[in-house]
Ligand binder design. Structure first.
Ligand code: HEC
Ligand code: HEC
Length: 190
């Protein structure tokens, strides 16, 4: 092979690889269309018991999808949904979802006063409660999530039904149902 054809070959292989990964990303985007029927095409679910996932932390989303698949987090619908994504594509799917924009949501009423315990939450969920790496794994964004969903999840931690994060279980057990509801309302209003 002369130098010219070597250059052409290299360019050809590079563009084929690019096409290949673009096609794989497209296939994954197509697979995710099913998700938007519940999680909202523009990222805003119609049902406030379904969480906002567009714009959520990628590493957190990836862990949840694995946990649903492996039974470490239980939800019948979500377990089968997570299984619809091939294991090797979970991280990429999580990145695609995280790269979308967190939806704007009208907030009703005046902002609630910050419950004192929120200072503790910030140690892991970040100063602005937008999530990120924490001393105990990747913490999700809480600010602007639906109050109904947050309240329900805090309840499942408190009752030991969701047991995929030990500190969250301990902390939620230490709070009363009224305190958890107040927290959920506050966080949803951010
Ligand atoms: C039929 C409705 C429905 C469909 C379709 C659906 N989900 Fe869900 N999803 C839910 C519900 C309800 C929950 C809350 C589960 C719980 O209470 O633990 C959830 C939770 C999640 C969570 C956890 C979010 C968090 O903040 O912890 C992720 C991640 C997720 N879904 C991703 C997906 C993906 C990816 C798809 C598509 C492959 C999908 N979902 C399809 C209803 C749905
Ligand atoms: C020691 C670190 C830590 C502290 C402190 C902490 N969290 Fe968390 N929290 C996490 C991590 C990590 C997760 C993700 C768990 C998982 O992997 O499923 C989480 C998950 C959650 C979830 C589930 C969100 C979802 O989308 O399903 C809620 C709600 C939550 N935390 C609320 C709180 C509140 C409210 C406080 C303060 C009272 C708090 N957390 C304090 C680390 C912490």
């Amino acid at each position: 092979m002369n130098r010219f054809s070597a250059v052409v070959m290299t360019a050809l292989v590079a563009s084929l690889c690019f096409l290949d990964s673009a096609r794989a990303a497209n296939a994954l985007e197509t697979a995710l269309v099913t998700c938007w029927s519940c999680h909202g095409a523009e990222g805003l679910p119609h049902d406030p018991t379904v969480p906002i996932i567009q714009g959520q932390q990628a590493k957190y989303l990836e862990k949840q999808l694995r946990d649903f698949r492996e039974g470490d987090r239980e939800d019948q619908i979500m377990s089968s949904m997570a299984e619809s994504i091939p294991f090797k594509d979970l991280a990429r799917a999580a990145e695609l979802i995280a790269a979308k924009t967190w939806p704007a949501r009208p907030v009703e009423g005046a902002p609630a006063a910050e419950p004192g315990v929120v200072a503790t939450c910030k140690a892991c969920h970040g100063d602005t409660l937008m999530g990120g790496p924490s001393p105990e794994g990747f913490a999700p964004r809480l600010s602007g999530q639906f109050a109904e969903y947050l309240d329900a999840q805090m309840g499942t931690f408190a009752r030991g039904q969701r047991a995929n994060q030990k500190s969250m279980t301990a902390m939620m057990k230490s709070l009363g149902a009224d305190e958890r509801s107040a927290l959920a309302k506050y966080l949803a209003g951010l």
